[in-house]
Design a protein around this ligand. Structure first.
Ligand SMILES: [Zn+2]
Length: 452
C-alpha cells in the first residue's frame, strides 16, 4: 500500500465518519424538536410511574379522593364541582392553559371503572413532565384539559351501572332528572370544549366483527346528528381515533372494535356532540390472560397519544380510513366457559342423558368478589368459542340439583364415563365422589384433569 492509497482511505473513512455523525446529529436534533413519545415509551413510562394502586373495579370514592390528593400535591388543580344524588362529592381536574379545550369524563356508569384510574395516571404524567418534555410543555400551552373522574360515585360505591335513583345517567341527557346528568351538562356549557371524551367499559365478551376476538378497546367518533351527515369536527375525531388505533395496534392488534353508532337523543355522547363538542367514545372491554392494570395502561397510552396528536400535527395528517375500516363490535359469539361434548345427566324428574356443549357466563363484579356464573347456552355450540374451553367427551356432566337449566348456577360434578353409577341412588355424590367439580368459574376439584 502506498502513501496516496493510505491517505485516500483515511479521507474516505473520515467522510464516512462525518456522514454518520452528522446524520446522528440530525436525528438527535429532530427528536429534540418533536420530542414525541411512542406508544411503547408511554407503556414503559406507565409501568414506572403510575399512581393507580389497585384494580379499578376495587376502587371506591375514597380511593378517588386519595388519588386526587396525590395530584393536588403534584400541583394539579382539583375542585369539587357538585354532589351526587347520595351527596358524594364529584370532582373536576384541570390541567394546561391553552386555548383548545378538552373535556373528559369517566364512570358515569358506576361499574365501568377503568378510565377513572387511567385519568389519574395521565394527569400525574402530564404534571410531572410539564417542564421536562418539550411536547408536554407545548401541550400545556396549547390545551386546557378538564376531566371528571367518576361522575357516578354512588353507582361506583355499589358497583352498579345506575345512580341512586336507579336512573341510567347516560339516558338522562334530555330529561335531566339526575344531579349527575345536570352537572355534566353544566360543566360542558361553562367550558364549551372543542373535544369530548366519554369513557366507559363494555362487556368482556364483546367481540370484534365476525371474529371471536375480545374487543379490548372499542372506539366511536360520535356524530350527534340524526341524519348522520359528516362535519369537520367529526372527521377530525375520526382521524384522532385512527391515531389511537395505530398506537393500540402495537399491543392489542385484532382486539379493537368500532362501537355501534346508532343515534340516541337521550345519551350524553350524542347530545354533547350535538351541543357543539364532538365526542370520542372509548369503551374498554377485557383481554383474557391480562388483568385490569393492563387495561389502565392501554387507556393511558390511548389518551396521551390522542392528546399528543392534537399538538404535534399528527392529527391533521392521520388517516380516517383506519377508523372507518375498523370492524364493528359484535356479541353472542363468545362465552366465558365452554364444556364441549359433555354427556349431561338429568336425574331429577325425568331421567335423561344427552350429549351437548354447555356454555357458562360470568356476571360483572369487582375483582375482589367471586362473580356469579350461570348456564347461558346448551346444545351444539360448535360455531362459538369461549375464553376457557374444556373437552368433556369422556365425562358425565351432572348438575347437583338434577336438572340442567338455562340461568341456573354453574356448579357441575364431572364423572369419568368409564364409571358405572346409579344416578337415582340417594346421595350418590357422597358415596361416589366425582372426579372433578367446577363451581363459579373455579375448579374445586380435578383441575389437573383439564388444565394443562
Ligand atoms: Zn357505559
Amino acid at each position: 500500500m502506498n502513501l496516496i492509497e493510505t491517505s485516500n482511505r483515511l479521507i474516505l473513512s473520515e467522510m464516512k465518519f462525518l456522514i454518520l455523525t452528522s446524520s446522528a446529529f440530525l436525528i438527535l436534533l429532530m427528536s429534540q424538536i418533536t420530542d414525541a413519545q411512542t406508544p411503547k415509551e408511554f407503556a414503559e413510562v406507565w409501568e414506572k410511574t403510575h399512581i393507580s394502586a389497585k384494580f379499578p373495579s376495587n376502587v371506591r370514592h375514597l380511593d378517588v379522593k386519595r388519588y386526587l390528593k396525590k395530584l393536588e400535591k403534584l400541583g394539579v388543580k382539583v375542585e369539587e364541582v357538585g354532589r351526587s344524588y347520595g351527596n358524594r362529592e364529584i370532582f373536576q381536574v384541570e390541567w394546561g392553559k391553552g386555548r383548545t379545550r378538552v373535556f373528559m369524563w369517566s364512570q358515569m356508569h358506576g361499574d365501568e371503572p377503568t378510565a377513572t384510574s387511567a385519568l389519574m395516571d395521565m394527569f400525574a404524567f402530564l404534571e410531572t413532565n410539564r417542564t421536562k418534555k418539550k411536547w408536554v410543555k407545548k401541550l400545556e400551552e396549547t390545551l386546557t384539559i378538564r376531566a371528571v373522574p367518576m361522575l357516578n360515585p354512588d353507582g361506583a360505591e355499589l358497583f352498579q351501572r345506575r345512580n341512586l335513583q336507579y336512573i341510567d345517567i347516560n339516558r338522562d341527557a334530555r330529561a335531566l332528572e339526575t344531579p349527575e346528568g345536570n352537572l355534566l351538562k353544566r360543566l360542558r356549557e361553562e367550558f364549551e370544549p372543542d373535544f369530548g371524551f366519554n369513557l366507559h367499559n363494555q362487556q368482556e365478551l364483546t367481540t370484534v366483527g365476525k371474529t371471536s376476538n375480545q374487543a379490548t378497546i372499542s372506539l366511536l367518533a360520535v356524530s350527534g346528528r340524526e341524519n348522520g351527515e359528516s362535519y369537520p369536527g367529526l372527521e377530525r375525531n375520526k382521524r384522532i381515533c385512527g391515531v389511537m388505533i395505530k398506537a393500540l395496534n402495537q399491543f392489542i392488534k385484532g382486539n379493537i372494535g368500532r362501537y355501534d353508532d346508532s343515534y340516541n337523543p337521550r345519551a350524553f355522547g350524542d347530545m354533547i356532540s350535538a351541543w357543539g363538542t364532538p365526542v370520542i367514545l372509548v369503551e374498554t372491554g377485557g383481554l383474557h390472560g391480562k388483568d385490569e392494570m393492563f387495561l389502565i395502561k392501554l387507556n393511558f397510552i390511548a389518551f396521551l397519544t390522542a392528546l399528543q396528536s392534537m399538538v404535534d400535527g399528527t392529527q391533521e395528517k392521520a388517516d380516517e380510513e383506519i377508523y372507518e375500516n375498523l370492524p364493528f363490535n359484535s356479541s353472542g359469539r363468545l362465552y366465558n366457559y365452554m364444556f364441549r361434548d359433555a354427556t349431561v345427566v338429568n336425574y331429577g324428574e325425568n331421567y335423561e342423558e344427552f350429549v351437548a356443549d354447555v356454555a357458562v357466563n360470568r356476571e360483572r363484579r369487582r375483582q375482589e368478589t367471586l362473580a356469579p356464573t350461570y348456564v347461558r347456552e346448551i346444545g351444539d355450540l360448535s360455531v362459538y368459542k369461549a375464553l376457557e374451553e374444556y373437552d368433556m367427551l369422556n365425562y358425565y356432566l351432572v348438575p347437583p340439583n338434577g336438572q340442567l337449566r338455562l340461568g341456573s348456577s354453574s356448579k357441575f360434578l364431572f364423572y369419568k364415563k368409564t364409571r358405572k353409577i346409579d344416578w337415582t341412588e340417594e346421595n350418590f355424590a357422597e358415596k361416589h365422589p366425582p372426579d372433578a367439580v367446577f363451581s363459579k368459574g373455579i375448579w374445586i376439584k380435578g383441575k389437573e384433569l383439564f388444565v394443562k
